[in-house]
Design a protein around this ligand. Structure first.
Ligand code: MRU
Length: 351
């Protein structure tokens, strides 16, 4: 299976930025051209483009295209605007560190080079955004290679949310080992949690795995314990949005439930993690800002109201899995085992 058959979340072609509108999946495949800073901000905020690495890439290109109208400004004015647009884009979603990481990398590049004109600077940051995109492709391939060693014939693998091709440049993080194992002819099953409230597991993960020919079974979130108790699950692999210095990991709400269940049933729990998701400035999970989303996502199922109008609602988009529940991190540099406080830091020397 070539990664070409998988859907692409972000495209950058001939200077044009295009996102696949993931809110319409799996029923409609609609690509939307992104032309303004506000449009990119809204696309990230409303999850048209989502998944930690994908919003990093989207942020880098989004920042770039927001500067198109400023190439006639002075270099100083260009950089000032770049910083303010970058700050605005970062504010669209607070939890995934990849967004600020990619946007700040573009800004740092612009500040560190000597450009005589803003037009020259535009070309330099365009190149940097393309590097971020291309690097992510290599990272996903490497995560896939290292992770597929963990997959054996006959296994059942549980995943939560969507950390596949739709969440990155191509292939995925948590799903990359699955695609590689499929390519290597391994026979296994994948169980996808539907992932309430926005159903990334049902709408996106089961869609992309099924389209690629993976033996995938969709389950409701509250069926994971049942599936584990029946011996259907031998390993869990999830993605992540931010990994703190001690290994505490933020990922889609419900991930911590799965990790606790995996511990109870003695099932290995792996987090697939590009090094850009590791944030050593955040010391523990307690310091990770958790995005709170609109209560309508919980009181409505698609556009249909399923709860009383004014009922109180809690809608955190992510939770933090304590490091002691994590067996290892599958990174582009190999599999990182505890003690995470020491071993995760080592990936910074490679990055
Ligand atoms: O709210 P989302 O859909 O952006 O949440 C996505 C996740 O939680 C993913 O598991 C995570 O970003 C990793 S994507 C490789």
């Amino acid at each position: 299976m070539g990664s070409d058959i998988l859907p692409k979340a972000v495209k950058y072609e001939n200077g044009q930025l295009i996102f696949l509108d993931q809110t319409k999946l799996p029923l409609e495949l609609i690509y939307e051209k992104q032309e303004t800073l506000e449009q990119v901000y809204n696309s990230i905020k409303t999850l048209k483009v989502r998944g930690a690495p994908a919003i990093g890439i989207a942020g880098a290109f989004g920042l770039l295209i927001s500067m198109k109208n400023h190439i006639n400004n002075s270099v100083d004015e260009f950089i000032k605007m770049l910083k303010s647009n970058g700050e605005y884009l970062i504010s669209s979603r607070p939890t995934a560190v990849n967004l600020s990481w990619a946007v700040n990398r573009i800004i740092k590049k612009a500040e560190s080079v000597e450009a005589h004109t803003s037009e020259e600077l535009y070309k330099i940051i365009e190149q940097e955004a393309v590097y971020i995109f291309e690097e992510d492709k290599k990272i996903c391939q490497n995560i896939g290679e290292y992770g597929q060693d963990l997959i054996c014939d006959g296994m059942g693998i549980l995943t939560h949310c969507n950390a596949g091709a739709l969440a990155v440049s191509e292939l995925g993080t948590a799903l990359a080992p699955i695609y590689k194992a499929l390519d290597n002819g391994k026979k296994f099953k994948v169980y996808a949690d539907e992932t309430r409230p926005l159903l990334q597991g049902a709408r996106l993960t089961s869609y992309e795995l099924y389209s690629a020919g993976v033996d995938v079974t969709l389950i409701c979130d509250n069926m994971a314990a049942y599936a584990m108790s029946k011996g259907l699950i031998n390993m869990v692999i999830v993605g992540c949005d931010r990994v703190a210095a001690n290994g505490d990991t933020a990922n889609k709400i419900g991930t911590m439930n799965v990790a606790i269940l995996a511990k109870y049933f003695n099932i290995p729990f792996y987090v697939a993690c590009p090094s850009s998701t590791y944030d050593n400035m955040t010391l523990t999970g307690k310091d990770i800002i958790i995005e709170e989303r609109d209560k309508k996502e919980v009181t409505h199922f698609s556009s249909c109201q399923t709860a009383p109008e004014n009922v109180n609602v809690l809608n955190p988009a992510f939770d933090v899995t304590p490091n002691e529940l994590i067996t290892g991190f599958i990174t582009e540099y190999g599999i990182i085992k505890p003690p995470f406080i020491v071993n995760l830091e080592k990936i910074l020397n490679n990055r």
